[in-house]
Design a protein around this ligand. Sequence first.
Ligand code: PEP
Ligand code: MG
Length: 762
Amino acid sequence: MPSLIHTLQKLVKKVDQAPDIQQALEIIVENLIGALKIDTCSIFINAPNKEEHLVLMANRGLNEGIVGKIRLKIGEGLVGLVAEKAEPIRLDHAYTHKNYVYFEESGEDAFPIFMGIPIISQRKILGVLVLQRAQVAFDSDDEAFMTTLSTQLANAITHARSSGEIASLLTDQSASISCTLNGVAGAPGMKMGQSVVINHDVSLHNVADKRISDPDDINHEVKLFEAAVDQVKQALYDQAERMKQFLPMEECALFTAYAQMLDSGSLIEDTRNRINEGHWAPSAWGETIQEHADVFTSMEDEYLAERANDILDLGRRVLQRMFSTQVGERVYPQKFVLVGEKISATDLASVPLEGLQAIVSEHGSGASHVAILAHALGIPAVMGVTNLPYTQVEGMVVVADGYSGKAYIDPKQQLLDELKLHISEEEQITDSLNELKSKPAITTDGYRVSLYVNSGLMSDHSPSLRSGAEGIGLYRTEIPFQIRESFPSEDEQFRIYRNVLKTFDGKPVVLRTLDVGGDKPLSYFPIKEDNPFLGWRGIRVTLDHPDIFITQVRAMMRANAGLENLHILLPMISGLQELDDALILIHRAKNEVEEELGEPLRIPLIGAMIEVPSSIYQIDEICQLVDFVSIGTNDLTQYLLAVDRNNESVAELFSSLHPSVLRALEQIVQGANRQNTPVSVCGELAGDPMGVMALMGLGIESLSMSTGSLPRAKKVIRSFSLSELSEFISITKNMSDAQDVRSFYIERLDDRGLGGLIRAGK
Ligand code: PEP
Ligand code: MG
């Protein structure tokens, strides 16, 4: 079908170039009429915020005036049936079908031959394409062609839904765009507030160019530009100062780093040159910023793309200053949620933190700077919300669930009441920590579990200490590495580790050696790979760079002197040779530090992370080489189920409660028990109430989780007996899928009146 393919390519190109979604739809209906020799062509769109409602958005061939008027529920009429079945329907006599609904105003009775094609993206029905003829039935080639076109159209519609275009096309329905959106968990917690939309007011892409030639005008523009830069620089330094009360010095360095970018010769010089060449300041600056950002974007490296965002963010700020002398003096609601296309770390610093409840961002992941900072500040964050209609939501109530990665925009009263209940339940549970804090995590039949916290930022420590945790079960050292501009020196690392070891004096602190690569990039150490999760990450990187590894271990050992609460944990162990090599380096570091200190050092306890499936099958041998093992259920799940842990498209497949994961965990525990090696869990499963039930049932006696998860975990532990939890796991590990396992544990929690621990949407 070469001619149809050619038609398709041409059509897709035209659609891509369409200035907005309505025109894209018009182009499609217009062109299909000719290309397929059809009499009528219609596109129905599933109104994104009206539960399952198909609205006719474009048509050629039927009576005029029906666009926007014909609406169908899913399952209603032939169009609704296509959507319900999510498959094409071809009919030669549409009106004889039992689902046929006749819309008199359309004039469609003249065209009985019908073909409906669903428009689908990620299992969601975005709309239906309908073709009708008076004669000549549609064949399978027509259907194949239309199905291909529909997949292309799905991209355009997804984009239009996310920018709010579709919602605004349907405004006559109601002012509300109430919806629940899925993103990824950025920082834990659940909070609500009035939304404050950020970043959409000034666009670098569409600054009109204005030519200037008069030397006075050029001088004026240069001065305007320099003043704007100075003001933004000053504001950034002020923000860094303000953030000092909330964050430790090293995190504040991020804001000064932004300010220093404005001292960068090339950004300023290039703009001055452009002004001198005869462009007014805004467009000169816009061009310069775009050029610099493009250099990073074109490198196609995830981290560097993030740097492009930093530059664009800075660019917007200066542009905003140039356009208005007193921008930024915005009135913030008492409790607000920051919503935007790309919320940046500097956005966080420019708002009154006292009122900031949560962050909802269309782009970014848990690894973004802003998510790291939000976590440090105890602010829930939902990232990567691909359908976020951010231009439409200013002032609306937004509820962010940073555990499940869900954002509720303008929830309807009933849902809102439910969410408020969850928020207050969470607050109550957190409050009940006060009474549980001093109580042991002990089952109703007297078995004790040790609870630890996961950490990685200094500011995390005081809540962790207050939470009643028995120590730090996982300190992700890569986080302090990620928020810097270069590798931290040994002394810098020493200070960070000393601080945490001292804060938890007398309690174990597990410092994990650097685990970069995969989704954890370092700006100053770019790793470019096609398949980073299966590539150079974790221990593989540090063994290839003994300099980095030894420096880090030396800093840890020096920090441990006199405290003796350090445990060292090795990430991403996939074989015994890696462990042998790491142990040799650890001993070398120990000998060096010992020599320098002039006194004998005790080698800390060394552990291996069990997170690569190969380590399950060598668990006995691994245990013989180390003092403890810690199971990383995040990566273990990712690698066992072959599901990228950061990809929202497959997020529903990612479940650490999958029966296969449970069986793998059982094997690990059995191996560790055979070798008398302590085994703990530090992945997210350890902080999930259902995970706690499963892990305890498997005989795990040590769990490490985020501070916020601790009270819920303790509550679960104190509500069940170990014997019943063991009985539960013998049932769940044999179930057919993760959903069954979840339902089983939810029921057991409900039986105990603990349903409130299972959060909305989970
Ligand atoms: C894990 O993989 O479960 C884990 C705890 O490590 P991280 O999430 O840092 O990869
Ligand atoms: Mg891991």
